[in-house]
Write a protein that binds this ligand. Sequence first.
Ligand code: GTQ
Length: 341
Amino acid sequence: MTERAAFYEEIGARNLAPLWEVMAGLITPEPASACRPALWRWDEVRGPVMESGGIISAEEAERRVLVLENPGLRGTSRITTSLYAGLQLVLPGEVAPAHRHSQSALRFVVEGEGAYTAVEGERTTMAEGDFVITPHWTWHDHGNDSDRAMIWLDGLDIPMVQFFDASFAERLGDDRQPLSRPEGDSLARYGQGLLPVDHEPGSLASPVFNYPYARSREALEAMRRQEAWDPCHGLKLRYANPVDGGYAMPTIAAHLQLLPAGFETASYRATDAAVFAVVEGSGKTRIGDEAVFSWGPRDIFVAPSWHGVRHSAAEDAVLFSFSDRVVQEKLGLWREDRGNA
Ligand code: GTQ
């Protein structure tokens, strides 16, 4: 045994390790991630999601979800290093019972109309393209009183909470939580450019918990007349907390963007890996040197940290996306590079 190997063995017994053997992998000159570019085509995932409805009930599963696992992170329930994503199915007549947990969740409705999510005593009925949040430690249950299956994309900060060993969860006991406010109350109170006088924020998350697609889409359409296209993003809006102008939740940032037919974005990279869900239209996205994905409605794809992203839209396209940007900004870590990747 060499002198060094003997030394490592000797110190290893005392739970010590030599930094110089691992330093290059720890402090990299640029982000180095196991996360890979990946695409989930709707025509390949819808079948299994619907089939899961015959395998287990929403009630028994608690949440009947097929997890979107990044091919570079299999077995870890991650779509990126810091985020979880899944496709949740709620069939007519089903309920996903009320619970709460430390993890924050977003829902982005992919298919169906008329199912609801209840959050802290208020229900919201969901439609395709709606962005719904269930912030950390809020009671939430889902149900479907419509006659159609509903499928939505779940985005949660599960890996972040895991990293901090800070997970708590509890079941309410009843499937549905008691309702204390009429539907639409939060949007009326907080989502009209007005706030109740003397409102004191009671949470780090937005008091608006459904950002309906019809409104967001209208905003993009109105802006398009100004043709204020950003070379890297087309028209891109951020889902905001109306109380402080920050992101809707403290751990997950979400955006909605419009790319007009024929538009090609300049290459853009940032330190936040992003999950994209196609709402409307079709196009292609090049991600680093590794992948070119052709996409259409309901497809989902992921761009890892610091990979150059270039979108091109064949038809007018709307993309929803989410990432950990809000956390990286708070920690002073977030960087972007416009046009050079
Ligand atoms: O709907 O509360 O995809 O707790 C994973 C964990 C959804 C939810 C998920 C959850 C939920």
